[in-house]
Design a protein around this ligand. Structure first.
Ligand code: 5AD
Ligand code: SF4
Length: 469
């Protein structure tokens, strides 16, 4: 059985001491921070930890970048355009730094974990003084202390080893929270940079996950999303004594926990035990985000996804049999190297066949160091664009079709927000299966559960009326 490494309590206590000492200087000066997050839920969750540290260090959150004393970009490198956007954003901060030299500018996250990027960034942007990767969040106070002392640093230890428990966090959302159950990824899909930047897969201890959920629920949160690059391989290395279906059962009995979501699922590891767990556990939501990536077996093989189209469709079918109101969302890449017109049509036909509630679609973007970036038969940008557009048109039609079956549907909605721009205030929120509905109501109902009946559909959204508050 494998065992995971953990950051020691001593090391954490030392960081807390540094945070406290810094707060004695920072707090009286009324300094503020602004953290901007790019990318996926993992980064959103990491930013909560960094903001938690900043609060312990005595900063408060600024309204905008321009007024902040500490500005941090938490970066993503999964696709190319994020990188270009980031470079533009950092460049734009130079003026701000010139006008107010005491401003500290930092950059962190996945992109900094890429070979050579952190050092290059420090060199290219003299106004940036702190750069760090995804694996050193537990050392944030000491890193910031060094920078406050006038040094410029880049800290990017390999994202390989220890798990840090008990770090602070600042959450904006009072209704719903992300909870990591694992870090890293071992799958090495041939297009994907994540395993290189986030390191090998390691699972948190079930009791730590549950403790975090208990604490969240006691603070009023009733919906949690269990996060991992591939939640279905939770505990597969034997380090936790539990697999994902067991973990779902183990955390589901926390009193007051009304909704359990999870993402992402990898089709190769979603087994019958998980299907049973979704069907049987009352507070597990009937929604699976199941990235398919392609509907063509040859491309799936070249992507190193380790399942076939037929296997994917059989999971969908088995889940629909066990959980009739289940909805699927997915991720799809078009224009992967070697994708012929025929292969692309297989993706289109799979999208028709499954009827996803929603699809996140991407044009393939070569990532340096990955196997697919070295493949010879790269697809031209115009072809990728044209395929992406055809796929999006198809999915938009499927979304409308999917919505139509909801007319008359009655169910419980957790109110997430309100749109007050029109004549009537419209609230919105999701049914357990992730379908979003808009309905007139009082903003006082924000973060509450109400019963909503769908009365009509409007292109890609459902409209309804509240029948019970
Ligand atoms: N190019 C395009 N899309 C990608 N994704 C991951 N890597 C790439 C890439 N190199 C997409 C996948 C994944 C989602 C998070 O991002 O669809 O599921
Ligand atoms: Fe990337 Fe594949 Fe891991 Fe997802 S499962 S993070 S796509 S390597």
């Amino acid at each position: 059985m494998k065992t995971n490494q953990f950051i020691s309590q001593n090391e954490l206590d030392e960081q807390k001491r540094i945070a406290l000492a810094l707060s004695k200087e920072i707090e009286p000066r009324g300094l503020t921070f602004f953290v901007e997050t790019f990318g996926c839920q993992m980064n959103v969750r990491d930013s909560e930890t960094i903001k938690g540290w900043l609060c312990e260090i005595g900063y408060t959150e600024a309204e905008d970048k321009e007024s902040a004393d500490f500005i941090l970009f938490n970066t993503c490198c999964v696709r190319d355009h994020a990188e270009k956007r980031l470079m533009g954003n950092i460049g734009a901060l130079k003026e701000l730094k010139d006008a107010r030299p005491s401003t500290i500018i930092g950059v962190c996250g996945c992109m900094m974990q890429q070979e050579g990027v952190a050092k290059k960034l420090l060199k290219r942007f003299p106004h940036v003084s702190l750069v760090f990767g995804t694996n050193v969040l537990h050392r944030f106070p000491s890193m910031l202390q060094t920078v406050l002392n006038g040094e410029r640093i880049a800290v990017t230890d390999r994202a390989d080893d220890a798990i840090a428990e008990g770090l602070p966090k600042m959450r904006d959302n009072l209704r719903s929270a992300f909870v990591n159950i694992m870090y890293g990824c071992d799958n090495y899909c041939s297009y994907c940079i994540v395993p290189y930047v986030r390191g090998r897969e390691r699972s948190r201890r079930p009791e730590d996950v549950k403790r975090e959920i208990v604490s969240l629920v006691s603070s009023g949160i009733s919906e949690i999303t269990l996060l991992g690059q591939n939640v279905n391989s939770y505990g597969n290395d034997g380090s936790t004594g539990m697999h994902f279906a067991d973990l779902l059962r183990y955390v589901s009995d926390v009193p007051g926990l009304r909704r359990i979501r999870f993402m992402s699922s990898h089709p190769k590891d979603l087994n019958d035990d998980v299907i049973r767990a979704i069907a049987e556990i009352p507070n597990v939501c009937h929604h699976v985000h199941l990235p398919v990536q392609s509907g063509n077996n040859e491309i799936l093989k070249r992507m190193n996804r380790r399942y076939t189209r037929e296997h994917y469709l059989s999971i969908v079918q088995r889940l629909r049999e066990a959980v009739p109101d289940i909805e699927f969302t997915t991720d799809i890449i078009v224009g992967f190297p070697g994708e012929t017109e025929e292969a692309f049509n297989d993706t289109m036909s799979l999208v028709k066949e499954v009827g996803f509630a929603a699809a996140f679609t991407f044009a393939y973007s070569p990532r340096q160091g990955t196997v697919a970036a070295r493949m010879e038969d790269q697809i031209s940008e115009p072809v990728k664009k044209q395929r992406l557009s055809a796929l999006n048109t198809l999915q938009a039609e499927k979304t409308v079709e999917n919505n139509e079956k909801y007319i008359g549907h009655v169910g419980e909605v957790l109110v997430e927000g309100c749109d007050c721009r029109g004549e009537a205030t419209m609230l919105y929120g999701k049914y357990p299966n992730f379908k979003m509905v808009y309905f007139p109501g009082d903003p006082i109902l924000l973060n509450r559960y109400v019963t909503v009946k769908v009365t009509k559909t409007n292109k890609n959204s459902l409209l309804g009326e509240m029948i019970h508050a």
